[in-house]
Ligand binder design. Structure first.
Ligand code: GDP
Length: 267
């Protein structure tokens, strides 16, 4: 509230959240739920009290139901329970959509949301335990090369993900903030054809590092959700010419950034 009083924003991009990769979610489902509910209630209410014209919040495709027909679209958000591994985070994120609808129907606010798939890029959290797959793999590849040790991929490598580069997501969010006046969410994702397996993503990381050593799979670690393939048809309807950075290039840029900023990177 103090921040809103100080800056009096007219437009807000709400990205604050307690986040983590699969393994942090598995350990702290209750904390993820409580913490994110509080953050979201606080931010949206502050937007309302201060008459913010537009607020864009971030959900996540892991908020979608686990048992669903693919590709997932925006209308499926509340169609069934989310995957067990991250139910706390998923339900808290769904409630953002409920609040957006409530603020609109009761107070006529334009609060909306984007639903990104797996985000990665410079300035990510590269922590090996708590982070998401891509930054975790970038960090592991760095250490494997430096210490001449095997590169360990958790799980079987077969789960599939649509990775979106943080700079591309930023462009989508700014467009939504400027041009999209609907309350219903918008999936921000590369196409279904650009979904890759964890193994393929890890191979891109290996190439980006120029790592030539051994690659092993630690199948004692969970695979999590097998896939959550999302449709970007709605986004494409509004932005047919939007160009996503090719995943291999985005991974190379992320690896280069991580190596250059190793000392100060979040890890
Ligand atoms: P999710 O997309 O919400 O499930 O979260 P993540 O970004 O953490 O991706 C988890 C998937 O990547 C699972 O299939 C993991 O087994 C696999 N994975 C492989 N290596 C790693 C790693 O170093 N860190 C993480 N977080 N996941 C990994």
């Amino acid at each position: 509230m103090a921040l809103f009083e100080k800056h009096k924003p007219t437009h807000v991009i709400h990205l604050a959240a307690m986040v983590g990769g699969l393994f942090r979610n598995l350990a702290f489902n209750l904390d993820f739920f409580r913490c994110n509910m509080k953050i979201n209630d606080n931010v949206l209410h502050a937007c309302f009290v201060h008459g913010v014209k537009k607020c864009v919040s971030c959900l996540s495709t892991c908020a979608f139901p686990d048992k669903i027909t693919y590709p997932i679209n925006e209308l499926n958000l509340h169609d069934g329970p989310p995957h067990d591994s991250n139910f706390g985070f998923a339900y808290a994120k769904r409630m953002l959509d409920v609040m957006n609808r409530g603020y609109n129907s009761q107070h006529n606010c334009t609060f909306t949301s984007v639903i990104p798939t797996n985000v990665f890029g410079p300035h990510d959290n590269f922590n090996l335990q708590d982070g998401h797959a891509l930054p975790g793999l970038v960090h592991k590849g760095y250490l494997a090369k430096k210490e001449n040790k095997p590169f360990v991929i958790w799980g079987t490598g077969s789960p599939r993900r649509q990775f979106i580069y943080s700079l591309d997501l930023a462009r989508v969010i700014i467009w939504v903030l400027r041009e999209y006046d609907d309350v219903s969410p918008m999936i921000a994702s590369v196409g279904e054809e650009d979904e890759v397996s964890i193994k393929e993503a890890a191979e891109m990381v290996v190439r980006a590092h120029g790592f030539k050593g051994k690659i092993v799979y630690d199948t004692s670690k969970s695979d999590g959700q097998f896939k959550k393939t999302a449709s970007n048809a709605k986004l494409r309807k509004y932005l047919p010419d939007f160009k996503f950075t090719p995943t291999e290039k985005a991974i190379q840029e992320t690896v280069d950034w991580f190596i250059k900023n190793y000392e100060t990177a979040r890890k």
